[in-house]
Write a protein that binds this ligand. Structure first.
Ligand code: CMP
Length: 145
């Protein structure tokens, strides 16, 4: 766990694309809702098939996502993952592992829904990212022999 207080965390949050355009008050609120966590390289942060109880936002480092189609893709600073299980209550759709040492902000399920209700811009960004990921997944699927 990191030792940063809400003000330090709010500074980290300002670097995250997901939170672009939010007010100071909203940054402070998210900082209160999110935990700062460090993970060593190789740590499995989400395992396909498991129940998911939190969403992760990458503040430092890189993660690799292995999808059910056995595709591997990289996520980096400002990207988020783990939102799918929170949104639909289903199991983790992919395995996500720290590819390097990482620093993450972790938001639990209850706090996630508080955020979505309080900041429509965040919902919009999550929906946009889901659409982009679906398009890429479709494109990759149609390239399979
Ligand atoms: P979730 O299913 O909760 O846990 C695994 C996470 O990996 C998932 O949420 C997404 O955040 C992420 N993920 C799954 N598939 C993809 C993909 N095709 N592209 C990017 N991220 C993905």
């Amino acid at each position: 766990m990191g030792l940063r207080g809400p003000t330090g965390k709010a500074a980290l949050l300002r670097k995250v694309r997901l939170f672009e355009g939010l007010s100071d008050r909203q940054f402070q609120q998210i900082a209160r809702l999110a935990d700062e966590v460090d993970a060593p390289a190789g740590k499995v942060l989400a395992r396909a098939g498991d129940t998911g109880r939190e969403m992760f936002i990458i503040v430092e480092g890189q993660a690799s996502v292995t999808t059910s189609q056995r595709r591997t893709l990289q996520l980096g600073i400002g990207d988020f993952f783990g939102e799918m299980s929170l949104l639909d209550g289903g199991p983790r759709s992919a395995t996500v592992e720290a590819a390097t040492p990482m620093r993450l902000l972790v938001i639990g399920q209850r706090e996630f829904f508080v955020l979505l209700a309080e900041a429509p811009l965040i919902s919009k960004c999550i929906m946009r990212t889901l659409s982009q990921r679906l398009r890429k997944a479709d494109a990759a699927f149609s390239m399979c022999p």
